[in-house]
Design a protein around this ligand. Structure first.
Ligand code: DP6
Length: 324
């Protein structure tokens, strides 16, 4: 049987950076994200004895390195008691590997489509754990809206939960596209560098306060509280990246220009905050009444190629539109 799933990437307000367990993708800290409605991954999976090996065609190109994909597939095969290989075809409607969290929607869609294709009917907690084995942040994309990943200590207790549904709060997340190229250092390598970095300890020490601010800020719909804490946590993560050996610098001139534009808009009374993952592209958080104005100002910033307006998106879900 063939199954297709749709999932959205998520943007972390409190970041996952550094792993307690590198094989199982168990994070050092709880973290919180928003699922983005406009960016989408669609993945079709079929298990069959006619396939001699597992294969993945991502954005129309055959992918050679299937290590992380096979971690998820092997777990599914174990759970379902099957041996068949899988054919996977996956497509993103946004740049892949450019710090737009394509692995989060990618592995979330894979966990859902592949588990269904293997005849399993997993609940969301089980899907979240499965997606996490492929890429940590993917465990959050199983859910839409506002999501917290409970770090846990072992595989069974490291999974995401939903804090609030997508329509709970109409926040806007303006994704500014500065560079669409694949990044040179992927986040998996970055996580391992973080562990040896003495600044990580300080980041983790102060993180709890910001985690609470974001969690409570979402519950209270206090935009200032959420925005300030998220922006601070982003800077704290990038400071940790920059002080790794070798240095990890994901920002480009365009990134800094957008950061400055956000600061300037705020000084002028237009409230917005930035956050950035492992890439140069900046996500700007704002309230709906200011979104159009902020978007047009962002479009004027040199180096900004496009701005995609998002709001909190839906859970990962099954679709009837197969890719093969
Ligand atoms: C900076 O989930 O991509 O986006 O578990 O090794 O696949 P792996 O890492 P990944 O790391 C995401 C890092 C981040 C912050 C975040 O999304 O929380």
């Amino acid at each position: 049987m063939k199954f297709t799933a749709i999932s959205h990437p998520n943007i972390a307000l409190i970041k996952y950076w550094g792993k307690a367990d590198e094989k199982l993708n168990i994070p050092l800290n709880n973290n919180i994200s928003i699922t983005l409605d406009k960016l989408t991954t669609t993945t079709t999976v079929e298990f069959s004895e006619k396939y001699p090996k597992d294969s993945l065609i991502l954005n129309k190109k055959e992918t050679a390195n299937l290590e992380r994909v096979e971690r998820v597939l092997n777990e599914i095969r174990k759970m379902a008691g099957i041996k068949d290989k899988a054919k996977i075809v996956s497509e993103n409607n946004f740049p892949t590997g450019a710090g737009l969290a394509s692995s989060s929607s990618g592995f979330s869609a894979l966990a859902l489509a592949a588990s269904k294709a293997a005849g399993l009917n997993l609940d969301k907690k089980e899907l979240s754990i499965l997606a996490r084995l492929g890429s940590g942040s993917a465990c959050r994309s199983i859910y839409g809206g506002f999501v917290e990943w409970l770090a846990g200590k072992k595989s069974e207790d490291s999974y995401a939960i939903q804090i609030a549904k997508p329509d709970y709060w109409d926040l806007k997340i303006l994704v500014t596209i500065i560079k669409e190229d694949e990044k040179e250092v992927g986040s998996t390598k970055g996580h391992s560098l973080a562990k040896e970095n003495p600044f990580l300890e300080t980041r983790l020490k102060i993180l709890d306060k910001y985690l609470k601010d974001v969690r409570n800020g979402i519950k209270e719909k206090d935009f200032t509280k959420v925005g300030k804490a998220a922006e601070f946590d982003c800077i704290s993560m990038h400071a940790t990246m920059m002080t790794s050996i070798p240095m990890l610098l994901y920002w480009t001139t365009g990134t800094i220009r957008v950061i400055n534009a956000v600061k300037k808009m705020r000084e002028e009374g237009l409230e917005c905050y930035f956050t950035i993952d492992a890439g140069p592209n900046v996500k700007v958080l704002c309230l709906p009444e200011n979104a159009k104005k902020i978007e047009s100002k962002l479009r004027e910033v040199k180096g900004v190629k496009n701005v995609i307006e998002n709001r909190p998106g839906e859970d990962a879900r099954i679709s009837e539109d197969h890719l093969f």
